[in-house]
Write a protein that binds this ligand. Structure first.
Ligand code: NAG
Ligand code: NAG
Ligand code: NAG
Ligand code: NAG
Ligand code: NAG
Ligand code: NAG
Length: 366
């Protein structure tokens, strides 16, 4: 009996009536049947999340303001020898256990390919962004942050617990990055990659644009693989649609409707300031050359292109237009042959593990 009264009340009486106000996610992707399995599902809510070999599962990783979040982190590393870290943001399935597994597999592949890759020096962390379905199904415990549908991915605030308000998923990423960047804990950390595929990539790309602190940017890299849509940086779109409202509103663009996390920052910096900061950050994009799915069919997404891959190519063309014909120096683009909308294959590809695991200090990122 450790739940707070308001939380218990919510569970017993509140949920049925409140539920209608929440957005029910409809992930299009099937869970990876070969990986570790949770109880429940992304559609029905998770009731329990699995233990993993090689990782510690923290159900209540401590954040500020007494908030907690579940996450997986590589077990048994000596903090003082860790030189690299990867924070993986899972997709619409919220399957952080699969996210950790995919990254760890990619790390094994990298280590097999390059003897200079030392898994004992690389920490992989995969936070879990639960939503209200997981409250009903049972996986959520007291003080865990809970989000509405998939709105965590665009940096919107938590909806539970009642005692904590305005805690953005991007605040969570800020705190997890700060954890690794702290020299007292990780005195030898050289680089941290924060990466995601699909909805996770949407989260990472928008976060790369909206993250407020530029401290540690020299040690940070963002990996954006097969996002369903992107935060467009100019007002024009490659496939204009006059009948579509809010084409340039967040999360699709930079005109209006920012989440609380970014409102003051945008008022301060404006579009140009946001773009300049984004161009100064190390962002690596990756698209599977077979990722021809339509994904998000909302008209705002369709104005970016009709498929994931087409949106990607259009985005790269926009970057080139904005900076005199070549993408910003700190950005890289990979097209991965033979891969569709498949997170494990994107991460396990040479392009994937090179950037994601960002592994080798002597490894040049072209
Ligand atoms: C949840 O998100 C949906 C879709 O964005 C929105 O319509 C709804 O108002 C949100 N509910 C709450 C309680 O924030
Ligand atoms: C965190 O919880 C402790 C113990 O319940 C309480 O004393 C403290 O005020 C809380 N802190 C915040 C920021 O809510
Ligand atoms: C690594 O650092 C974390 C955070 O300070 C600490 O909780 C953990 O015990 C440390 N691990 C080891 C093996 O020292
Ligand atoms: C970021 O990109 C710059 C320019 O390409 C490079 O010098 C730097 O090492 C990169 N940093 C990381 C963390 O990858
Ligand atoms: C593009 O070229 C113009 C003219 O040479 C220059 O003033 C501008 O700074 C360049 N912009 C970028 C982003 O490189
Ligand atoms: C990752 O790629 C390596 C090398 O191609 C392969 O041996 C391994 O089976 C792959 N792992 C997964 C989980 O797909």
């Amino acid at each position: 009996m450790t739940r707070s009264l308001s939380f218990a009340t919510f569970l017993l009486v509140g949920f049925q009536t409140v539920q209608a106000a929440y957005f029910t996610p409809t992930p299009r992707q099937a869970p990876d049947a070969s990986g570790p399995q949770a109880s429940g599902s992304a559609w029905e809510g998770y009731s329990e999340i699995p233990d993993l070999d090689g990782a510690n599962r923290y159900m209540t990783w401590p954040l500020s303001r007494n908030a907690t979040i579940p996450l997986y982190q590589t077990a048994d590393l000596d903090n003082s020898t860790v030189t690299r870290a990867v924070i993986g943001v899972s997709g619409a399935l919220r399957d952080c256990w699969q996210g950790w597994t995919d990254l760890n597999n990619a790390l094994d592949t990298a280590a097999a390919a390059k003897s200079s890759v030392k898994p004992s020096k690389i920490s992989v962390m995969s936070p879990c962004f639960f939503n209200t379905l997981d409250v009903d199904a049972g996986a959520v415990v007291e003080d865990q942050l809970v989000f509405n549908g998939t709105t965590w991915s665009s940096g919107h605030s938590n909806v539970l617990p009642d005692s904590i308000s305005d805690f953005s998923a991007y605040d969570v990423l800020d705190e997890l990055i700060a954890f690794y960047m702290d020299k007292d804990t990780f005195p030898n950390l050289e680089k941290l990659v924060i990466g995601g595929h699909s909805m996770g990539a949407q989260a990472v790309q928008r976060y790369a644009a909206l993250r407020k602190s530029t401290k540690n940017d020299d040690r940070l890299r963002f990996w954006v693989a097969n996002p369903g849509s992107l935060l467009w940086l100019v007002k024009d779109r490659p496939a204009e649609d006059d009948d579509c409202d809010g084409v340039d509103d967040y999360k699709y663009g930079l005109s209006a409707k920012f989440p609380a996390y970014a409102t003051a920052d945008f008022n301060d910096l404006g579009r140009d300031g946001i773009v300049e900061r984004y161009f100064g950050r190390n962002v690596s994009y990756a698209w599977g050359l077979k990722d021809n799915g339509a994904g998000d069919k909302r008209c705002q997404a369709v104005t970016q292109g009709s498929t994931h891959l087409e949106r990607g190519k259009n985005y790269v063309a926009m970057l080139e237009d904005m900076s005199n014909g070549s993408i910003p120096d700190a950005h890289t683009v990979d097209y991965v042959a033979g891969v569709s909308h498949q997170p494990s294959k994107m991460m396990n590809s040479t392009e994937g593990w090179t950037k994601v695991s960002l592994i080798i200090s002597s490894f040049r990122i072209s």
